[in-house]
Ligand binder design. Structure first.
Ligand SMILES: Cc1ncc(COP(=O)(O)O)c(C=O)c1O
Length: 421
């Protein structure tokens, strides 16, 4: 039985008992033309700016101003090893070992770099498995990799699709496909949470099934990192990639993350190389031969953008303070509340397509909208709500446990119901 209530006082009561409520004030909320903060439910697209970001970036600007090139070694946080300030935090965030993670590049770039190492097709084993509704960049990336190796996506790409009349993939269908076609599959590459439906996948089960058949398994965690409480090392996945501008609040285009399982740490897998992945102890001897650092660090190419890393540190410090366990626990409650309130307003104009089981979703609910189209999303913006629209008919709404309140969720549902009436 539900413990939620539909009256406005319930939301206020929940907020007054919320131990994470204090974090809301640590973020900037965009404002409407009348100066009111928006009800911001779009952290699945671009997370809000932590107020502390300015200070973190200004520190690096100051060191650059005062020290110039010396900032690499003499800055308050020397730039040479700066990216390592994020290693432990990143490992904690996704449930990995420090040797397994690195922040570098951007998501699609990292996906390509991972496929250079983990997509090694042969005529017998050449297929890649993705979701039929994978984010377009992932589709472009895998198709271009298949073509790059001289194969044809028409016969080398398997796109998982829901059964007729259904919106979600069934885990039993994914596992059956792997069992059936596994011998011809080189790589299974799925989202941790599908960007469109909000469905979260069983990373461990899929990895086990893939490995049993001799496939490599990797995940795009764009919608899972900072959203789900991940235990990535234990899933056994070969690699994972994610961006930092959604749930992780690193800012537009922020530096991305990459995971390579420990078992690959010291194996010289084929890879593209750059000087930042070269063994640190001899990097500045400027030799011609590449000797990779062990672990995920060995996949780096270039020295990273310090300003981007600084922005990410500001946010990751907040994640560390709040803790993923507490965040996930509030997230389950907050999204459950959103689901509950929407359920009080049954209408033929919308239905929630995201799984109802909290274990199979993160913060996001995807609403299939009928009879309104994108204009509905615009009407919500006019009414002080920021969420987003994905063609052809999906409204995505995601309350963030770090900065959203129960009253935000209540306010959204009130405005949503008014907008579809
Ligand atoms: C699931 C998923 N994959 C890939 C991307 C592309 O990310 P980037 O532009 O950082 O490479 C996005 C962007 O929103 C995404 O949601």
């Amino acid at each position: 039985m539900s413990t939620y209530r539909a009256d406005a006082t319930f939301a206020a009561e929940m907020d007054s008992h919320d131990l994470l409520a204090k974090y809301r004030d640590r973020f900037h909320f965009p404002k409407t033309s009348s100066g009111e903060p928006y009800i911001y439910l779009c952290g699945h697209s671009l997370g809000l700016q932590p107020k502390s970001v300015r200070e973190y970036i200004e520190q690096e600007l100051k060191d650059w101003e005062l020290l110039g090139v010396e900032g690499h070694f003499r800055g308050r946080h020397p730039w040479m090893p700066y990216h390592r300030l994020l290693t432990e935090q990143t490992a904690r965030l996704i449930g990995a070992k420090p040797i397994e993670v690195v922040v570098m590049n951007s998501l699609t770039v990292n996906l390509h770099l991972m496929m250079v190492s983990f997509y090694r097709p042969t005529p017998q084993r050449r297929k890649i498995v993705i979701e039929g509704s994978a984010f377009p960049s992932d589709q472009y990336a895998v198709k271009s990799q298949i073509r790059y190796h001289g194969f044809d996506p028409a016969t080398s790409l398997i796109e998982l699709r829901p059964r007729a009349g259904e919106d979600l993939l069934r885990i039993e269908d994914i596992l059956a496909l792997i069992d059936r076609e596994g011998d011809s599959i080189a790589l299974i590459m799925l989202g941790g949470v599908n960007y469109s439906t909000g469905q979260a996948f069983d990373l461990h089960g899929i990895t086990m099934a893939g490995h049993y058949k001799g496939c490599f398994v990797g995940f795009d965690l764009a919608h899972a990192a900072g959203n789900l409480h991940l235990h990535l090392h234990n899933t056994g996945a070969d690699f994972a990639v994610w961006c930092s501008y959604k749930y992780l609040n690193g800012g537009p285009g922020c530096i991305a993350g990459c995971f390579v399982h420990e078992r690959h740490a010291n194996i010289t897998l084929p890879r593209f190389a750059g000087w930042w992945g070269h063994d640190e102890s001899t990097r500045f001897q400027m030799g011609p031969d590449f000797h990779p650092m062990s672990g995920a660090d060995g996949w780096q190419l270039s020295n990273p953008s310090i300003l981007s890393l600084a922005a990410l540190r500001a946010s990751m410090d907040i994640f560390d303070e709040a803790g993923m366990e507490a965040l996930r626990s509030k997230s389950i409650s907050l999204t459950g509340y959103l689901d509950f309130l929407l359920g009080q307003h049954a209408s033929s104009d919308f239905c929630v397509i995201t799984p109802r089981d909290p274990a199979e979703r993160g913060a996001q609910l995807s609403l299939r909208i009928r009879n309104h189209g994108r204009a509905l999303c615009d009407r919500l913006t006019e009414r002080g709500v920021l969420c987003d629209w994905r063609e052809p008919d999906i409204l995505r709404v995601a309350p963030m446990p770090l900065y959203n309140s129960y009253q935000d969720v209540f306010g959204f549902v009130e405005r949503f119901v008014a907008a579809i009436s």
